[in-house]
Design a protein around this ligand. Structure first.
Ligand SMILES: Cc1ncc(COP(=O)(O)O)c(C=O)c1O
Length: 369
């Protein structure tokens, strides 16, 4: 009989053979073209700004000893920042989506989600009791076909900026469709937080749609350079999540040090001069240069996430390793995380990347065409 140890080994071996074995690697001394620290806020730690508070635990879950005036005040502050009635902080964006999607849609309800939605949304749906269907990426005709035939309360889940492609959801059209069919729109703003809107409030506020969206999820782990997340919605939704969202109820709350870090990141965000953001220039430079290399298929994106299609796990890994040898950190995104044939290098551009670094990256890619 096969032992459980052998079973784990054999599953790992199959992954290895299929060229999709995941392994951890460190990135000291490499040029960062892979983190989600778009604005460089996570580097505050290095410059000493955040060193001055102790890392003490919160001592319990929010419903026992882990709650505080500080976290509730922070929730009100962040909700107001994004022009929302209320907000509830979770320990991560993953937890927030897990809680929201497993608890809110009820048996008999339906969630229609874009096929490119993040694993945390899918996992939340798997934990819950509602029906769920994906629709092809950004295909609003296919979405409408579903909307017109499903019954019960329908929710539509999208990301304002898709994490692997950097593409936008058409939030204006989506909210019109949601209104037409009395569906509730839920928007994951993970990769829009800090990057869009006059103060980095996200795409929903940038497009002035906040009153038409049922719930939004902002993580603090991307452009804010911190950790944790918030679900925004009305007070009723907040109270409901406190009572029914298991990833909120059954876990130790974030420590105060993390919350202070989040507050500082928001204070810093409100002072970002979006008109003079260097990131926009870096983005334009990268797009200009890479589009000149005809051999590469680039996914159209107007965000710092720029993906170069490699076509197979092997090729994506090879290209990432070649870049690493040149001191450049770009990670391969493999199938099945993305569809077979669309395996890619996911290049993240940052405020702190220099023009020389971008040129070096593009020149290295050129040698691999
Ligand atoms: C679209 C999206 N939603 C949610 C998450 C999870 O957020 P967090 O990293 O804060 O857990 C991520 C992170 O990869 C993401 O890309």
């Amino acid at each position: 009989m096969i032992t459980s140890g052998e079973m784990l080994e054999s599953r790992l071996d199959s992954r290895q053979e299929e060229g999709r074995l995941r392994s951890l690697r460190t990135n000291e001394n490499l040029i960062d073209f892979c983190s989600n620290d778009y604005l460089g806020f996570a580097r505050d730690i290095e410059s000493g700004e955040d060193k001055d508070f102790a890392t003490l635990g919160s001592t319990g879950s929010r419903l026992i000893s882990g709650n505080s005036g500080y976290i509730e005040e922070l929730e009100r502050f962040i909700a107001e920042y994004h022009d929302s009635e209320a907000g509830l902080i979770f320990n991560s964006g993953y937890d927030a989506n897990l809680g929201l999607f497993s608890a809110v849609p009820q048996r008999g309800d339906t969630v229609l989600y874009d096929e490119f939605c993040h694993a945390s949304i899918r996992d939340g749906l798997r934990l819950g009791t509602c029906k769920s269907y994906s629709f092809p990426h950004n295909d609003l005709v296919a979405l409408e076909a579903h909307l017109s035939k499903d019954n019960g309360q329908i929710y539509v889940a999208v990301e304002s900026v898709y994490s692997m492609d950097g593409s936008f959801a058409d939030l204006v059209e989506l909210s019109a469709l949601a209104d037409k069919y009395k569906a509730k729109l839920i928007v994951d703003e993970a990769h829009a937080t800090g990057l869009f809107g006059a103060k980095g409030e996200g795409r929903v506020v940038e497009l002035n749609l906040q009153d038409r969206i049922y719930a939004r999820m902002h993580t603090f782990g991307k452009a804010l350079g911190r950790h944790g997340a918030i679900v925004l919605g009305d007070k009723n939704l907040r109270n409901y999540l406190i009572n029914f969202a298991r990833p909120f109820i059954y876990t130790t709350a974030l420590p105060k040090s993390a919350l202070i870090g989040v507050k500082r990141a928001y204070d810093k965000l409100s002072n970002v001069n979006y008109i003079e953001l260097k990131l926009c220039k870096i983005q334009r430079l990268f797009k200009n240069k890479i589009e000149g290399i005809k051999a590469f298929e680039i996914i159209e994106s107007f965000t710092p996430i720029q993906s170069v299609i490699c076509g197979s796990n092997q090729r994506a890994k090879f290209m990432s390793n070649e870049l690493e040898n040149e001191g450049i950190d770009v990670r391969p995104i493999l199938s099945p995380t993305v569809k077979k044939g669309t395996e890619r290098l996911r290049i993240c551009l940052h405020e702190f990347n220099t023009e020389e670094e971008v040129l070096r990256l593009v020149n290295c890619l050129k040698t691999m065409k």
